[in-house]
Structures are given as structure tokens and as C-alpha cells.
Design a protein. Structure first.
Length: 134
């Protein structure tokens, strides 16, 4: 499910838990799942989402492969990556969360945990996608 903005990554995770106690921001484990999400995000109101939050967090900011999905109290290493061109940038040394950008075919970008820290996000629609693992 998608929703309109939560300012910080932790607020977004909390948003998911409020929807369902076992829910968390989406973790993308395979290309198949990524493609499913691409289609899902282009339907209805969700099509307006430009920056889509995921459960991705950096072990090492700016690294292309040292990331994990935060699933409740668990850290699950990210094994599937599909970075947008030039990402990750770790702009301002602040980018420790992972979003998908609609204007980059929903490829990944590293982004600030708190979107209020940077004006770039002010003109973007930031959404959350939650999931519950069986
Ligand atoms: Ca970035």
C-alpha cells in the first residue's frame, strides 16, 4: 500500500506498523518483485508517487552493496540492487535510506532519512509502501 508523506524513515516504518503490527516498509528481494512493484506503483493514485520509501538502510553510506532491509527488529542483507544511474551519491553525507524514483523507472537511489533536511524533496511526492511477510 502506498501513502502520502512521512517526514522521516522511522515515521514511515511506524506508519506501516500502524496499518498492521507485522507490516514494515517494503523489502525488494528479486527482480520479479521489483517489476511487480513497478506495475503496482503505476496504478491509480499511486502513480503520483515520485519517491517511494523502502525498508532499505545503509550499513555503509555511499556504498553500492553494503545495505540491509530493516524488517521489524531484523536486518536482512540486501542482495538485489538496481541503482539509478549515478546512485548511490550519499549527497551531503546524509543518505542512509533507499528509495525508488518513479522518474528513474523506479530504480534505487540513496536518500536522506529525514526528507525535511533537503529542499530537493519539497517538490517531490514521497510515498511509503508497506508489506507483511507471511
Ligand atoms: Ca542519492
Amino acid at each position: 500500500m502506498a501513502s502520502s508523506p512521512s517526514i522521516t524513515y522511522s515515521q514511515a516504518q511506524q506508519y506501516c506498523r500502524d496499518v498492521h503490527p507485522a507490516a514494515h516498509l517494503v523489502a525488494i528481494n528479486t527482480e520479479e518483485e521489483h517489476n511487480y512493484l513497478r506495475n503496482y506503483l503505476q496504478e491509480g493514485d499511486r502513480a503520483s508517487c515520485e519517491c517511494v520509501r523502502t525498508a532499505g538502510k545503509a550499513y555503509v553510506q555511499g556504498s553500492p552493496d553494503k545495505w540491509y532491509w530493516e524488517i521489524g527488529a531484523q536486518k536482512q542483507n540486501v542482495t538485489y540492487f538496481d541503482w539509478a544511474n549515478g546512485q548511490p551519491t550519499n549527497t551531503g553525507g546524509q543518505e542512509n535510506t533507499l528509495m525508488m524514483f518513479s522518474f528513474k523507472s523506479y530504480k534505487f537511489g540513496d536518500t536522506a532519512e529525514d526528507v525535511s533536511t533537503r529542499s530537493w524533496y519539497a517538490s517531490k511526492v514521497v510515498c511509503n509502501v508497506c508489506e507483511v511477510h507471511p
